[in-house]
Ligand binder design. Sequence first.
Ligand code: ZN
Length: 306
Amino acid sequence: MPEPDILVSEVGPRDGLQNIDAVLPTEAKKRWIQLEAEAGVTEIEVGSFVPAKYMPQLADTLELVSFARAIKGLSVAVLVPNFYGAKAAVEAQADKMSIPFSVSETHCQRNLNRSHDQMFAEIDQIVDMLSLLPKEKRPHFEVGLSTAFGCSLEGKIADEKIAEIAEKVIAAGCDEVGLSDTTGSANPAQVRHLIKLVRSVVGNDKLTGVHLHNTRGLGLANALAALEEGITTLDSSLGGLGGCPAAPGASGNIVTEDLVFMLESMGLNTGIDIHKLLSVRQTLSETIAGESLFGFTAEAGLPKGY
Ligand code: ZN
C-alpha cells in the first residue's frame, strides 16, 4: 500500500460523542473504532482524558486507548484538557495527544477553566514531564489553537494574539500546533491567511493539520483551501457528529465520508476504502438511533462507475 497523500484523522469518537446526550456503550465504540480502522483509517481520536463527572460520555477513554493500541497500524489520539489528562495519556501510551488552547480567553476560561497564563504554565508542566521520558514513550504533543477562526463568545481574535500563542507554545517545546475552527466560522480566504500567518512564525513543519467544522456549510471549501496551502492532516467525523459544549452554536465536524470522497475523486490517496467507510456509517447510525447524521455522499450514493 502506498503511503497516503493525506491523513484523514477521525475525531468522531471524541468530538462527536461529547456532543450527543446518549452515552454509547464501550463495546459499540470499540466496534466503531475497529471497523473504521478496517476501512483504512489510520488515526482515530478515541476519547478525552477529562474527569468523568464533566463528560460521562467519554469516561471509558482509558479502555478505548488500550483497545485501539492493539489494532495494527492505527495511531491512537486523545484529547487532554490539562497536565493530569496528559499524564493519563502517557500512562495509557496514546500515540498522540492534543490540548485545546482557545485563543479566545473567554472560551478558554469557560471550556477549561484556565486563563491564557495558566494554559502556558500547564503546557510547560506537560513538556517537562515528556522530556523525562525515553523518546519511544513520548506521545506526539500537539496544541490545538481552538476558536482560531472566531469565537461565539468573543468574536474574531486578533492575528497578533494567535501568532503570539503559536510561537510561545512551540518555543515551550510542543511538537506541533493545529488550527481549529471550533465554532465553524471559517471561510477559505481566512483559512489560507491563518495557515500562512502561523507557519511564518512556527515553520511549515510545525503546522500540518487543521480541525474544521461544517456549521455554516463551508467545511469542505475550507478543507480544500487548507490542502492548497500544503496541509496534510484533516480532522473529520463520521456522519459529521461533533461540536463544543462550551461554545454556543458550535455544530458538527466535516463529514469523513464526504471528505474522503472529495480527496479520492481528486486523485489523492487517503488509504481509505469509501465503500467500507459507508458501511461503518450504516452501523453507527443503527447504534446511535435517534441522533442525526450528516453528509451528502451517503445520501446520494457514489457516482456510477466510481
Ligand atoms: Zn471540534
